[in-house]
Design a protein around this ligand. Sequence first.
Ligand code: TYD
Ligand code: MG
Length: 465
Amino acid sequence: MAAKKNKTSFFCTSCGYQCAKWLGKCPGCNEWDTMQEAPTEASPTETHETPQMVAAITELGEVAQPIPISAIDESEQPRQSTGIGEFDRVLGGGVVTGSVVLVGGDPGIGKSTLLLQVLDQLSTPGQTTLYVSGEESPVQSKMRSRRMGINNDELYFLAASGIEEIIKHFRQLKPKTLVIDSIQTCHSPEIKSPPGTTSQVRQSAAHLVKIAKLTNTPIFIIGHVTKDGAIAGPKLLEHMVDTVLYFESDTQYPYRILRAVKNRFGSTNEIGVFEMTGSGLIGVESPSSIFLNERPQNLAGSLVSATIEGTRPILTEIQALVSTAVSGGIPRRTTLGIDRNRAALMIAIMEKRLRLNFSNKDIFLNIVGGLKIIEPAIDLALIAAILSSHLDQIIPTTTIVIGEVGLTGEIRRVNMIEQRLSEALKFGFKKIIVPQGNLSSSPTSNKDCIKEISTLQELAAALFS
Ligand code: TYD
Ligand code: MG
């Protein structure tokens, strides 16, 4: 008789989609090249939690009972400030008791650094916290904390990766906050597959969520984003946790941007801006100042626009480079920090409305500093940057351009214009180009600075005069 073969399936390392054969593109999340072969997920009878695990977890706290919604006391969900303003901002005002926060990002971006700093802030006498690491030894962690000037008696470190072991120490120490670094190293005894596989990551996270809810303890889970597909990424867990934060950065800059993509307890459009320094991450309260910091003076193809992130206006530099394309080749359209389709649209509008021909031109667009901008209020600035590079004409450094552009080339008003305007004035901009009528509802005392325009022809005239 043939030996019983171990059954395998293909799993998407990004979203967990399972199928019998390999596919180049995952039908679940449309990512390319994320399918990995792994032992088939155990059948429901095999994955059911072992009695030991159920007992270990339920002993941690009381199992919920149904109660009338009118009787629920909201004050039982207080928020605690983490003492790090930029982190609180992204969380929606602080960490909510019993919530599970997933912090994702590329390896080396600063996840461990940030959460060690957060725990240090949250550890006060009587408020013990626990940092569980499956990635670093106590000595490695000590080296990191010394570098960051952290030496806190209430901040405990545990080098462990087994969920059972974590629960055991959790029960003894009763920490007020728990950090798990990282979910890819965690393993739960009832799953046979190795740590980092989709089923292990899911099961371990499910246990952690239960612990958080039963004991009302906030838990931060670190997850590495893995494009190469070796291990299951944080996308797999997005639906299980309360809040999902992602760290973004452009590796050539020391700035890190923390963005909420899901938040059951707050808005998802606030970002936190940090700078990685020799002694950890430092919150940047005025991001405009860093994004404008190393701005070149008087060069064609560069200008500033004002974007809104959540409730905060941020001034950023936009750069364009228009150069002659290889003859006969397809002209290149490369963007960094801007949606490629949006850029293509602006280029098409310029060709049609300004009668320019870019078919033999390569066009590169970049948002300096690593910010990603999706709002259309920078449309007009994209056009201005391309125009400046194309004509090789300098836009004065004290000019700022704000406005959305429609398909017919019409310049459309943008929201929160007052905030954008006041940030621009704060940073000493002398000419502020805005859509016609955008400011009508808010008369401003700085009329001299404002130049209202309604067509792209007027833009060209206003930019270079
Ligand atoms: P880390 O927090 O270990 O990243 P992650 O947990 O996301 O993998 O950060 C690692 C990088 O940060 C590493 O390249 C060194 C750098 N770093 C500093 O620049 N300053 C510091 O104070 C610390 C602790 C790290
Ligand atoms: Mg780390």
